[in-house]
Design a protein around this ligand. Structure first.
Ligand SMILES: [Zn+2]
Length: 325
C-alpha cells in the first residue's frame, strides 16, 4: 500500500513537471496573430477603386468589386490617367512609324472605352467610371516639381496636353498640377464618401502607382479636415513589384516575396470560380492591353486577391522630395 501511494506521488510530481514544461514551451512560442479582418461588404458598402491606368482596377480588385455589387453595395472607379503614355502599346496599334500626339490621345480614348466595357462585364453601369485624364507617366512629377501654379503646368511629352479635356474636369480650371489632382480626388471622395478606398501601395514600383497613394492620402486629409467625422477603410493593392506575380504559376495569389504586409499583414480575399471567370472576361475587354501584355494580365486571375492596410499616415503634399521618381 505504502509503495503504491509513493508510486502515485511520484507519478503526480512527474505530471506536474511535464505540464509546467509545456507551459513554458508555449510561452516561448511566438504568439499567432489573428488574420486581419477582411473589408466589410454589405448593401451599405460604397467602394472606390483608384486606378492609375485603365486595367489596374480589375487586376487589383476585379473580384472585390463583384462582391460589393453582389451584396447590393455601390462601386465606383476613378481613373487618374488614360494610360495614353504607353509608347510600346501605341506603336503596336499604329504600326506606321513614330507615334504622334494624336495617336497617344486616340490610344487614351480607346483605353477609356475599354474601361467602360470592362466595368459593364463586372456588372457595373457606365456611370461607375470617372476619368480624371491626368498625364500617364507624369503623376510622380506632380508631387513636387509641378505642384502649384508657381510654374507652368506639366506638359505630357506624349499627348502634348497640359490639362485634361474640359468635359473631364470636376473642379474648374484644373491643369496638370499636383494641387489640382488632389482637389479633383478630394471632390470625388467628399461627394461619394466611400466606406472603402482601394488604392495602390506606395511600394508599387510603377511611379504613377506610387504617386496615386500619395495623392489619395493627401486628398483624404483634406476631406477629413472639412468632415472630421468621416472615416473609411483604406486598402492597398499592388500591381508592379519585381517579377511578381507572373513568375508564380500556382492558382492562389501569394503576396509579393520580400514585401511585408505592413501594419495590418496581408489580407486575402477569396474568389469563387464564377468571380474568376468574370474577372477574366473583364480583362478581355482591355483589347489593347491584351495585345501588349496578355501574359501579365493573366497572372492576376487567381483564386484570391491580396490587399494590405497602411499604417495611419498623415501625408501633406507637396513633399520636399518625390518618393516615387
Ligand atoms: Zn497601372
Amino acid at each position: 500500500m505504502l509503495r503504491s501511494r509513493f508510486r502515485r506521488l511520484v507519478l503526480t510530481i512527474l505530471a506536474v513537471l511535464l505540464l509546467a514544461g509545456e507551459d513554458s514551451a508555449a510561452a516561448r512560442r511566438p504568439q499567432a496573430h489573428p488574420p486581419p479582418p477582411p473589408p466589410v461588404v454589405s448593401s451599405d458598402t460604397r467602394l472606390l477603386v483608384v486606378a492609375p491606368h485603365p486595367d489596374d482596377e480589375v487586376l487589383g480588385a476585379g473580384g472585390l468589386m463583384q462582391q460589393v455589387r453582389a451584396a447590393g453595395g455601390k462601386v465606383r472607379v476613378v481613373y487618374l490617367t488614360n494610360g495614353d503614355g504607353f509608347r510600346d502599346g501605341v506603336q503596336l496599334e499604329e504600326r506606321d512609324g513614330t507615334p504622334k500626339p494624336k495617336d497617344f490621345r486616340g490610344y487614351g480614348r480607346r483605353r477609356q472605352s475599354e474601361a467602360r466595357a470592362a466595368l459593364t462585364a463586372l456588372g457595373l453601369g457606365e456611370n461607375a467610371a470617372t476619368f480624371l485624364s491626368f498625364p500617364d507617366q507624369g503623376l510622380c512629377r506632380l508631387i513636387r516639381t509641378y505642384w502649384s501654379e508657381h510654374r507652368q503646368p506639366y506638359k505630357s511629352p506624349y499627348t502634348r496636353r497640359d490639362r485634361p479635356p474640359p468635359n473631364e474636369t470636376l473642379v474648374a480650371d484644373t491643369e496638370y498640377r499636383g494641387e489640382d489632382l488632389t482637389q479633383e480626388l478630394a471632390r470625388v471622395i467628399g461627394e461619394y464618401q466611400p466606406t472603402i478606398i482601394v488604392v495602390p501601395r506606395k511600394e508599387d514600383q510603377h511611379p504613377d502607382h506610387c504617386a496615386a497613394w500619395y495623392f489619395v492620402a493627401d486628398a483624404l486629409g483634406d476631406v477629413q479636415r472639412v468632415m472630421p467625422d468621416y472615416s473609411t477603410d483604406v486598402l492597398n493593392y499592388i500591381v508592379h513589384f519585381k517579377d511578381w506575380p507572373f513568375e508564380d504559376e500556382r492558382s492562389a495569389l501569394s503576396p509579393p516575396p520580400g514585401l511585408s504586409g505592413g501594419a495590418s499583414g496581408w489580407i486575402r480575399v477569396p474568389l469563387t470560380p464564377a468571380e474568376m471567370k468574370t474577372k477574366r472576361a473583364a480583362l478581355a475587354r482591355y483589347k489593347t492591353q491584351q495585345h501588349a501584355m496578355k501574359w501579365f494580365l493573366d497572372g492576376f486571375v487567381r483564386t484570391n486577391e491580396v490587399f494590405s492596410r497602411p499604417a495611419p499616415a498623415r501625408v501633406v503634399l507637396p513633399l520636399k522630395r518625390s518618393p516615387c521618381c
